[in-house]
Each structure stands twice: as structure tokens, then as C-alpha cells.
Write a protein that binds this ligand. Structure first.
Ligand code: GLC
Length: 452
């Protein structure tokens, strides 16, 4: 792509981010995950966007707003539900599903599950762009205790046997990945999830009306029975009183997966950088221990035969061997060896030579029988995961492969501009069609990151 096209694309990306800033009366000025489909701040979207935007002041504001929703014990929810949006816009599922006794009358409202913990990563990236050293120190100083507390929460409540446990597909960020299918089958065998969910929502006075399938074609979104599981798990955790110990010991959905743990490891490295820059020497030992724990855990998910990381189902104690982009994400952790990174690069090159006309990197690999090129995390190419991987491939010295990945990402986005503003949430790797929400903030932020 020539330089002038790149510059135009970058400008268009900045415009999208500007357009997606919500400006209400009370709660002004935060970057929504997208203008239409996702009108709130999502956890991992927020920290990637803030880390990569060129509008540093907006980034700082986004981070501060999101962290204002932190619970006393350090927990951060995957959605910060803005009250003004709730009052004016239809959204499903709303926060009521997490609060069966009614929403808190004032203050922040979040969901009760978290997301891949990239807060420290985003903050460290953002801090690198604050030129004034006094401003930078003040920002990091005020934010650091909150992020440290978040990691403390994760290690105290969600890490088991060296790995952070995913207790809900929404927590993993790749909601309907086929890696969960077998687990869903077992849940459906044990419970009549649909009837239970309908009865529960009726009790809460909430209609079971999905908004995503109103706005988009069904074939781009999770199927109905997946949605039953998502809601069923929330209902179950309400019954458990959201007690993490109970959830981690009894939930039918307890999975350790590479994406989350890679993000956690990378964020620990960033948290260490922040602590060092602030002279928080006494915390370094704790952070180093977290780094070691997660490194060890992540390594236990590696399959040396297929050169990819797998997920571990804590209920069956079996590895889930379905090749998805999540299995490559340990590159992003920067905590794997050079040899491992080279093996993951081989996997990506192989995928490319097997399917030279496909845009890299399909979220589920095309040789897997579950591959569906239009459906969300079951095949489409996501610019966000591409960007995390290209940046990390460069770190490990695989410059050509990184450049190829970036070229695929930029071409997909650039060719989509005439369709509803482009910058789609994901793309069909075969037809190159833009899918999901157009004008998705993290797609725009990723383009800025690639072109910076
Ligand atoms: C979808 C994605 C999730 C993301 C959210 C907002 O739910 O699966 O990872 O955070 O959209 O963009």
C-alpha cells in the first residue's frame, strides 16, 4: 500500500475514534466500543484503544473513566454500563441480568465477569506517548495502585494451578469460538438451558430479545443455543452469589485458555515497567512471582506436535485441541522462548501456504471442520488479533511475516471503506467482506497502531 493511501487510512481511523466518543450530558467523552452495536466501554477494547490512539488526552480520559468503575476488591467488569446510554438506548443483555435484586440506585454499573486483562498493557503504551515527564508520572502514579489491585484480584480469585480461569465465554473475548463446543454440549446434556433462561428472564421482567441479530445477519453472530448458554451461566452465577471459590469449584464452564493468560503475562511485564518507573520497588517481587506463575502455566498448554497452544477444560481435565487464533496468542505474551515463537511462526506460515488466497489469520483455522468464514469467532479474520500478533512477531524477529500480516489487515480495512464507513469488527477471510459492526473502535485503533 502506498504512503498516501496509508496516510488517508490513518486519518480515517482517527475520524472513527472521534466519531465514537459518546458525549452525554453527565457522562461525557468516553470512547464506545462502536457507535451502533456496542455503545458502552468494553474492558479490553478500552485499553487497546487508549494505548494506540494518537489522541492522548482522550486515551487518559477513557482509562480514568473505565477505572472509576473498579470494585473495592480490585475487580473490573467486562462492560462499564453507562447510565445515560441505558436510559436512552435499547441494549441486550442489559446489566439487570447481573443484579437480580435491582440495579444499584447510583454510582457505576458493570457486568460481573471480567475480560482479557490488558489494562496494564494499554496504560504502558499510552504512557509512552505522554511527552511531558511530570504529566506522565502523575498519570502513572494515580493509575498504578488500581491496576496493581486488579492483578492482585485476578491472582487471588481467578488463578488456579498457575492459570487464570475463564468462567464465561464473554470473559474470554472470543465468545463463540468452537473451542467451547464440547463443553456446551455437556452443559446442554445436563440442563435444559433454554427453558431455564426463558423462565429466569421472565421472572426478571426482561424480554429475551437479541439486538445483534436485529442489526446483523444471523450467520455473522452466535447461534441461538450459544446465547442460551451465555445467559444460563450468568443465571447460575447469580445463584452462586458470584462467589469465585464456588464458581471455580462447581461451574460447568471452567477453562484455562492461552489468549487470556497471554494477555495477563504481557500485562504483568507492563505492570513491572510501571512499578519500576515509579520506584515501587517493594511490589517488584510480587509482580515477578506472577510473571513466573503465568509463564509456567502457559507452557503447560503447549502442544509440541502441532506447534500451537491449546485450552484446558478443568472439568474433563482434557486439552481442547481446536486450532484457533487464541493458540497463537502466547506470541503476544512476550514471555515465551525464541524457539517457541519460531514454531508459532511456522504454524502461521503453514496456514498461509495451505490457503494462499485467505486473509490472515482466520479466527478458527480453515482446515478445522468448525470453520465458518462469516460467523464471528468461528472463522472471520479480526484486525485486532492480527495486530497483536504482527507486533509480537516483530519482537521475535519475524519481520517479513509481521509485514505480511499488516498488509493483509490494511488491505481488508482499506477495501471496506465504501461499505458503511468500513473499519469492520471482522472480515470474511475468503470473500474479504466486512462483517459485524462497521466503524468498530478497536479496528480503527489497530490501524493507527500498525501505521505508527
Ligand atoms: C464482542 C467481542 C469482544 C469485544 C466486544 C466489544 O463481544 O467478542 O471480544 O470486547 O465485542 O467490541
Amino acid at each position: 500500500m502506498d504512503r498516501s493511501t496509508q496516510l488517508k487510512l490513518k486519518q480515517a481511523a482517527s475520524n472513527i475514534l472521534e466519531e465514537n466518543v459518546f458525549s452525554g450530558v453527565v457522562d461525557t467523552g468516553y470512547t464506545a466500543a462502536s457507535g451502533s452495536l456496542y455503545p458502552f466501554q468494553w474492558l479490553w477494547d478500552t485499553f487497546f484503544i487508549a494505548g494506540w490512539t494518537e489522541n492522548v488526552d482522550q486515551g487518559i480520559q477513557d482509562v480514568e473513566k473505565f477505572l472509576a468503575s473498579q470494585a473495592d476488591n480490585g475487580f473490573l467488569g467486562h462492560i462499564r454500563y453507562n447510565r445515560e446510554v441505558l436510559a436512552h438506548k435499547e441494549y441486550f443483555p442489559g446489566p439487570e441480568i447481573y443484579f437480580p435484586d435491582g440495579l444499584p440506585p447510583f454510582g457505576e454499573i458493570t457486568s460481573k465477569i471480567t475480560q482479557p486483562p490488558n489494562a496494564a498493557y494499554g496504560i504502558w503504551e499510552l504512557a509512552g506517548k505522554i511527552i511531558n515527564p511530570v504529566k506522565k508520572k502523575a498519570f502513572l502514579g494515580s493509575i498504578y495502585p488500581k491496576v496493581f489491585k486488579y492483578h492482585q484480584y485476578l491472582y487471588d480469585h481467578l488463578v488456579l494451578n498457575s492459570l487464570m480461569v475463564t468462567i464465561h465465554p464473554w470473559q474470554a473475548g472470543d465468545d463463540n469460538s468452537p473451542k467451547w463446543d464440547l463443553v456446551y454440549e455437556k452443559i446442554n446434556h445436563q440442563y435444559d438451558t433454554h427453558s431455564e433462561v426463558v423462565a429466569w428472564l421472565t421472572q426478571l421482567g426482561l424480554p429475551f430479545q437479541r439486538l445483534d441479530t436485529k442489526l446483523l445477519n444471523d450467520d455473522q453472530r452466535p447461534i441461538k443455543s450459544d446465547y442460551d448458554i451465555y445467559l444460563f451461566l450468568i443465571k447460575l452465577y447469580n445463584q452462586y452469589g458470584w462467589d469465585e471459590k464456588t464458581i471455580l469449584s462447581r461451574s460447568p464452564f471452567r477453562i484455562c485458555e492461552p489468549l487470556t493468560n497471554s494477555v495477563l503475562l504481557r500485562s504483568n511485564l507492563c505492570l513491572k515497567n510501571i512499578a519500576q518507573s515509579l520506584g515501587q520497588i517493594e511490589d517488584l517481587k510480587i509482580i515477578d512471582r506472577w510473571i513466573e506463575i503465568t509463564k509456567q502455566g502457559l507452557e503447560s498448554l503447549y502442544d509440541p506436535k502441532t506447534f500451537i497452544y491449546n485450552s484446558l477444560d478443568l472439568n474433563s481435565r482434557k486439552l481442547i485441541k481446536i486450532p484457533t487464533v487464541s493458540g497463537l496468542m502466547p506470541l503476544f505474551s512476550l514471555g515465551i522462548s525464541v524457539e517457541r515463537a519460531a514454531e508459532l511462526a511456522v504454524t502461521i506460515r503453514q496456514l498461509h501456504s495451505d490457503h494462499p488466497n485467505f486473509s490472515l489469520i482466520p479466527s478458527t483455522f480453515p482446515n478445522d471442520p468448525h470453520f465458518e468464514p462469516n460467523r464471528y469467532w468461528r472463522g472471520p479474520t479480526w484486525i485486532i488479533t492480527n495486530t497483536l500478533l504482527s507486533d509480537s512477531l516483530r519482537h521475535y524477529g519475524h519481520h517479513k511475516l509481521a509485514a505480511l500480516l499488516d498488509e493483509h489487515s490494511l488491505t481488508l480495512v482499506n477495501d471496506s471503506l465504501d461499505d458503511r464507513g468500513g473499519f469492520f469488527e471482522y472480515f470474511n477471510p475468503v470473500t474479504k467482506a466486512g462483517l459485524g459492526s462497521p466503524k468498530q473502535s478497536w479496528t480503527a485503533a489497530a490501524v493507527i497502531k500498525i501505521l505508527s
